[in-house]
Design a protein around this ligand. Structure first.
Ligand SMILES: [Zn+2]
Length: 262
């Protein structure tokens, strides 16, 4: 690890050399190499995360470029797998990080390989069925994760720590009916469109949360669900502790992991 490279980050005393060392020893899974995932992965790799596994089975398209930072017009013309194109770009950004592309769709089978050995998960997906799968996995194996979603000019971020915060199913009991098992139905960017800066800002907050957790500063994790509307200029914050359901949660209270079942 070259200290000069991270000098301006280490100079932030709350993070410091110890935070940098811990970050370099950490491993993260980023699920989705689209808008949220590509920005978050880039920020984590620039910050010096030790190992980043990036999961996506889609290919690059021209319509991705306004919001997906890792891809170029050459990529859009050649249509490589996002996981591979992103890995090439991320290695060029920081050769000290171990970048591992995982070009398979996340499901109840592949998640066990995708998340093997990681310290946390960053949700860069665009659909609720995958988020519920990630939630079941995270709660079952005690892995913190940062979920986020963006649509039109707004987005929200949730830092979910098993055993400490409510889980996603405490907050949203089941997959919303508008976002069914076919993830194309749940893909908000396809249905409603999205502003690139909203994606960048939300994924920056995800990356900040990930850096805090991976560097051992868990007490700094945001205890709020935060919703930003970059079009209407509003911010909403709701304490996660207020989002616990009055009845037991099937996932984190009753250990039922139905999204991990076939
Ligand atoms: Zn729960």
């Amino acid at each position: 690890m070259t200290s000069k490279r991270y000098a301006r980050q280490i100079a932030f005393t709350a993070f410091g050399a110890e935070g940098q060392k811990r970050l370099a020893e950490s491993s993260v899974l980023v699920v989705g190499a689209g808008g949220l995932g590509s920005w978050a992965a880039e920020l984590l790799v620039r910050a010096g995360v030790g190992h980043l596994r990036l999961c996506d089975d889609d290919s690059v398209e021209l319509s991705n470029l306004h919001r997906q930072s890792l891809y170029t017009e050459q990529d859009a013309a050649a249509c490589p797998l996002k996981a591979e194109a992103a890995a090439t770009r991320l290695r060029a950004i920081n050769s000290e990080c171990r970048i591992e592309p995982f070009a398979e769709r996340i499901d109840h089978l592949t998640i066990h390989r995708a998340a093997k050995g990681v310290h946390m998960i960053v949700d860069g997906t665009d659909n609720f069925p995958t988020r519920f799968l990630l939630n079941d996995y995270a709660v079952k194996y005690g892995i913190p994760w940062v979920s986020a979603g963006v649509m039109e000019g707004q987005g929200q971020v949730l830092t979910l720590i098993p055993g400490t915060t409510p889980c996603l199913r405490c907050i949203i009991p089941s997959v919303p009916p508008c976002c069914g098992e076919d993830d194309q139905q749940g893909n908000a960017c396809c249905q409603f469109g999205v502003l690139g800066p909203a994606v960048a800002a939300i994924s920056a907050m995800q990356a900040a949360e990930a850096i805090k957790l991976l560097s051992g500063h868990i007490a700094q994790a945001n205890p709020m669900m935060v919703k930003f509307d970059f079009w209407d200029n509003t911010i909403q914050r709701i304490a996660l502790s207020k989002l616990r359901p009055s009845t037991p949660c099937p996932c984190c209270d009753q250990n039922e992991y139905e999204y991990l079942e076939p």
